[in-house]
Design a protein around this ligand. Structure first.
Ligand SMILES: Cc1ncc(COP(=O)(O)O)c(C=O)c1O
Length: 413
């Protein structure tokens, strides 16, 4: 049985059109890294750029680098580079701050664009920060938050649509890896005059996203997962051009002013996406992210998606053959059209198993209480990596070679 899986992995890796892209990443020898959906691996382009930015640009050229190395435009330049990966024409995406801050900006702006509608609608299973911030924006803007599962959203909108200011969802359920239909849910929101905001943390760089074509209003996402921009990398915010004349951002920082160096008494927002700049941009992280994005040079996101599906499909097959007999249940959908770039497996000893895997060089993560989560980054993961992970997991489980302890609160996994 394992020989068949080995032969299949050999074949799939030998015919992988993205195999050469793995060399664009610096992965430690002997490590199988399946945590790209939490912290992407280090792109080879990043260290030399950071070396130059620190020693030459900052160390030698000092403050004039804001102009000579065009640090000032970095949030917009990096924003456009991300825009190219999420179907956004230039001038609509800014990079900076955290996803949480960008969510607050986007949700507030959307609420203000629909002042007479009392409801903000979000996913009960959304990532916690999305839920917390929806509550804050609701409180600050005098709106109510309704939590509606994506599957129930069309019906909810049929009934209450004229009350809804904005829907805020993610294309990917971060626990299960199920994909939601961005096109259909955006259409459903627009049909009733609501706006659509998408959190692309688990989608940007992992699959094609067509923000402009789908008429999405706002989107946010992080730079540290599939974009591999590094720990705490700047996030991004997309605002569709049609809102640029009318939208207001809640954080009126000086770098989003129309004349930041005019040092005027009152805030006048910059035109376009630039008003979503807030304070002085984090140049080291922005330029690291900019270098990281070159890993996508010449890579077609349709190919990324095809390989991601091949990897997750192969993982699910390994799970069925090797892991189901050990008590693992696949949580990620088998249907490719609703499967994101991860495989989640349920097991009561998820935490201990993830620790045991890591001790033997296979890095993944877990989501409490019982989900083992394996993210596949199609740019640098092979089918052999997947097979190594599944085989090791089977060996550890059948030998009972792990500590069946629950996760300690506060542990990063
Ligand atoms: C869907 C989603 N939104 C937001 C975040 C995190 O936001 P921040 O970058 O502000 O920490 C995560 C983190 O994993 C996430 O999965």
């Amino acid at each position: 049985m394992t020989q068949q899986l080995t032969d299949l992995a050999d074949h799939l890796d030998a015919t992988d059109p993205l195999a050469h892209v793995r060399d664009r990443f610096l992965l430690p020898e002997g490590v199988v890294y399946l945590d790209g959906n939490s912290l992407g691996p280090l792109p080879a382009a990043v260290p030399p750029v950071l070396e130059d930015v620190v020693h030459r640009q900052w160390g030698t050229d000092l403050i004039r680098s804001w102009n000579t190395h065009d640090w000032w435009q970095a949030p917009l330049r990096v924003g456009d580079a991300i825009g190219a990966l999420i179907g956004a024409a230039p001038g609509q995406t800014v990079a900076g701050d955290s996803t949480s801050v960008q969510l607050f900006t986007a949700l507030s702006a959307a609420a203000e664009l629909r002042p007479d509608r009392p409801l903000l609608v979000t996913d009960p299973e959304h990532f916690p920060t999305d839920r917390y911030l929806a509550d804050s924006v609701g409180r600050l803007h005098g709106r109510q938050v309704r939590r509606v599962a994506p599957a129930d959203l069309p019906e909810f909108l049929d009934e209450h649509g004229d009350q809804v200011a904005v829907i805020s969802y993610s294309p990917v359920d971060f626990r299960s890896g199920e994909l939601h239909d961005v096109a259909a849910l955006t259409r459903a929101a627009h049909r009733v005059g609501a706006l659509a905001l998408w959190d692309l943390c688990h989608a940007a760089g992992a699959m094609p996203v067509h923000l402009d074509d789908l008429g999405v209003d706002f989107a946010v996402g992080c730079g540290y997962k599939f974009l591999s921009g590094g720990p705490g990398a700047p996030a991004f915010l997309y605002a569709a051009e049609r809102h640029h004349d009318s939208w207001r951002t809640p954080l009126s920082g000086w770098t989003g002013h129309a004349e930041p160096f005019g040092l005027q008494a009152d805030y006048v927002p910059a035109p376009g996406i630039a008003r979503a700049r807030i304070g002085t941009p984090p140049i080291l992280s922005l330029l690291a992210l900019e270098a990281a994005l070159t890993a996508f040079d010449g890579v077609d996101l349709a190919q990324v998606r095809a390989k991601s599906l091949s990897l997750t499909g192969f993982f699910l097959r390994c799970a069925e053959e090797l892991l189901a007999p050990e008590g693992f249940e696949a949580v990620t959908p088998a249907e490719p059209e609703i499967r994101a770039s991860q495989v989640s497996l349920r097991h009561p000893h998820a935490y201990g198993l993830i620790q045991a895997l890591a001790a033997q060089g296979v890095v993944a993560d877990m989501r409490a209480p019982d989900i083992l989560r394996f993210g596949v980054n199609a740019l640098c993961t092979s089918h052999h990596d997947v097979l190594t992970a599944a085989t090791l997991l089977q060996r550890i489980t059948s030998a009972g070679d792990y500590d069946p302890v629950p996760q300690e609160p506060g542990t990063v996994t």
